[in-house]
Design a protein around this ligand. Structure first.
Ligand SMILES: [Zn+2]
Length: 387
């Protein structure tokens, strides 16, 4: 998936276990609270898009009023309240409600995502002013004047340019109104944010595909491996995969410069391509391979996995983008890939079903059945671990 590194306190445990997700410095954004009178406000109708009033990159604010319509505002599917890009297409903003959380993100710079996810505590028929502000590398979000702290900076995929737009969701569960957009910001740029962002190296992984593949094995092109032993290792892993998975993989790229991957061990960038960082663990290979098959089926497998095994918000983001991209551990696609990767890892380490159950709990057998039934593991792997 295109996202690279997720950074969320609640994900730390997951990050450690999966080895896939990098944890860059976590820091609560400290906004300088110098209020500047707005230079201008552009009134907007819900769902409108007008290049004259879309936000400006660099510094600005988007404010709107939210009124929950349902008795339990948490009892909602994944609702996007606002989505916008800046007039020059260089930045992207989004506010979502996922169950009991509000999710806020801003993409800026060549590859940076500023993301925040926090409980919202909205009540039916209440009126809530949502205010998203940005200035340089700093981003702030407030509900009714109360700042929701906890923005984290992530390395995102390299920048995609958007056509300028702004839309507000008018879902059955929330009403949005009173929309104002400003090119002034109520926060000052924080030098600490800027220096963090300056340290981020954009992955530019696509460049690695400009090189010639070193070898083709069972239809899979191998790139960038430092020598035959590393390629042989990958080929051995390919041989463990069921045909349905192996045949769908077209490119595997070994990344020698670890910093290009942030801290990630692996990264799936499309339906048939994934990257592995020097020193990757076996489970990472199969984790990424699992993503490819799932993506080829439009995340249908992870959606089914979410329905079957996850509850609450995790089910709601099944197969869809969540605040941290696909690397949000609460997304079903990650949970599926994580479990699958561990199954292979345990298989290779000659571990038992009891070992697996210790980690994954009472659903382990049903989850193994899911992997076998949907072609993620061979019967050989299944039989070793289902007993
Ligand atoms: Zn993953």
């Amino acid at each position: 998936m295109p996202g690279l590194c997720s950074i969320d306190n609640r994900l730390k445990k997951f990050c450690k276990e999966s080895g896939e997700v990098c944890v860059k410095s976590l820091r609560t954004l400290i906004a300088g609270l110098v209020f500047l009178a707005p230079l201008w406000w552009g009134p907007l109708d819900a769902r409108s898009s007008d290049a004259g009033v879309v936000p400006q990159s660099g510094a600005g604010m988007i404010e709107f009023t939210v009124r929950p319509l349902k008795a339990d505002p948490s009892d909602v599917d994944h609702v996007v309240l606002m989505q916008a890009s800046s007039s020059d297409g260089r930045e992207f903003y989004e506010i979502q409600i996922v169950g009991s959380d509000v999710l806020v993100l801003r993409d800026f710079g060549p590859c940076v995502r500023s993301a925040n996810r926090a409980p919202h505590d909205l009540k039916q028929s209440g009126l809530y002013t949502f205010l998203l502000s940005w200035n340089g590398a700093s981003t702030k979000f407030a509900i009714n004047g109360r700042e929701i702290k906890g923005f984290d900076l992530l390395v995102n995929s390299d920048y995609h340019q958007h056509a300028p737009f702004i839309t507000f969701g008018a879902a059955e569960s929330f009403q949005t109104s009173g929309i104002r957009v400003s090119s002034r910001s109520d926060i000052s740029p924080d030098p600490a944010d800027r220096s963090l962002v300056e340290q981020i190296q954009c992955p530019r992984l696509g460049q690695l595909l400009d090189a010639k593949p070193q070898e083709q094995y069972r239809g899979v092109l191998l790139y960038g491996f430092p020598g035959q032993p590393e390629r042989g290792r990958a080929m051995g892993y390919i041989d463990l995969l069921p045909d349905a998975v192996a045949n769908g993989i077209k490119r595997i790229i070994f990344v020698d410069a670890a910093e290009r991957m942030g801290g990630a061990q692996g990264l799936t960038t499309s339906r048939d391509t994934f990257f592995l960082r020097k020193g990757y663990e076996a489970g990472t290979f199969f984790h990424e391979a699992t993503h490819t098959l799932d993506i080829q089926h439009n995340a249908g497998f992870s959606a089914a996995w979410g329905e079957k095994f996850l509850r609450d918000e995790a089910r709601q983001v099944a197969g869809r983008r969540s605040i941290l991209g696909a690397l949000d551990s609460s997304s079903a696609s990650e949970q599926l890939a994580q479990f699958s990767g561990m199954v292979y890892e345990f298989y290779l380490k000659n571990k038992t079903f009891a070992d697996l159950e210790t980690v994954f709990g009472p659903q382990t057998k049903a989850q193994l059945d899911f992997l076998l039934g949907n072609g993620f593991i061979t019967r050989d792997v299944y039989e070793r671990l289902a007993r």
